[in-house]
Design a protein around this ligand. Sequence first.
Ligand SMILES: Cc1ncc(COP(=O)(O)O)c(C=O)c1O
Length: 369
Amino acid sequence: MSDPRDPKTSVPQRLRSVSDYVRGDVRSLAAYSTGEQQPGFVKLNTNECAYPPSPHVREALAKIADESLRLYPDPTSRHLREIAAATYGVRPEQIIAGNGSDDCLTIVYRTFLGHGDSVGCPWPSYGLYDTLAGIQGAKVLHVDYRRSARRWDLPDQLAHTGARLTLVANPNNPSSTLTPVSQLRRIADDLDGVLVVDEAYVDFALGTDPAASMLPHLDAHPNVIVLRSFSKSYSLAGARLGLLFAAEPLVAEMNKVKDSYNVNVITQALGGAALQDRAHHAQVIARTLAERARLESELTALGWSWPDAVGNFLLCQVGRRALEIYHALRDARILVRYWDTPELNQAVRVTVGTPDQNTALLDALRKLM
Ligand SMILES: Cc1ncc(COP(=O)(O)O)c(C=O)c1O
């Protein structure tokens, strides 16, 4: 049987475009866009920690032996999970380690969402929730936050979208706002589905509110999954590590879909060392919160405002000049985050940096405003 020919190129139509073989869901996907990386810039655009990791992390790195590099890592990150279980008061069987909490999210999506299923989340929130849904061929149901100058309140309708999987970032990104755990527990009870509470930034919130995490309530809610990241308060964004916590039967199912060796041997060791240095962790949080308070008082003096923030970043409402401010800061070699979307295009998100970085930002803004 002969192939029909493309009249313009005389190439057999069968070979016209390799992209024709790509799944439709992927072709129509808008790729997730990460924050810009520019060496030598003051980087306040991706909510990394301003301070270095624990010195114990560096010691652990120095001890990585040739032998452990030669062999595959423990596929279950057993030792790291034991340390995490002791730190967080859960059982190791309730934990999966991931290559960043993004990997934990991928594991969750693969486990719960098939083609045509739906996933719900309040909006605006972390953009990757949408991208991962697109990859699974799942539909996203956004429920808008109830927004006022100082608050972003979670709408109770979130429990009634009919979605199989519902995600809440708490604290939320990009708003840095916190939903009370009592409301999340109510939503978990009302849902006919699974609730993921993404606590990437919760350690900063716990610095002032010891009841900010859903983790202590895991046993009371068999349909809840909690995620933690080492990219923020543990200063290990480059090493890629996240933890997923859930009831054991859910963990057993999710373990089936994770990549076998998803956390490398170096990261497993660094994560354990970081978790065990509680004093360093507390100090990083205290320093970040102190710098956030300074930034807040100086930005207030400049006339800026933001919803009440509990994370290591502020979603500054700056009005129509947002894009201009973003570009002017970039020209001054300072990166902040800007989104050209109707919900966020009057704001810039600013990560709390070191004292020097924050001073550089404030000096640049004083010249600009
Ligand atoms: C809400 C939220 N969840 C998850 C992540 C991803 O974290 P990780 O670096 O652990 O993959 C981020 C990163 O910015 C985030 O803002």
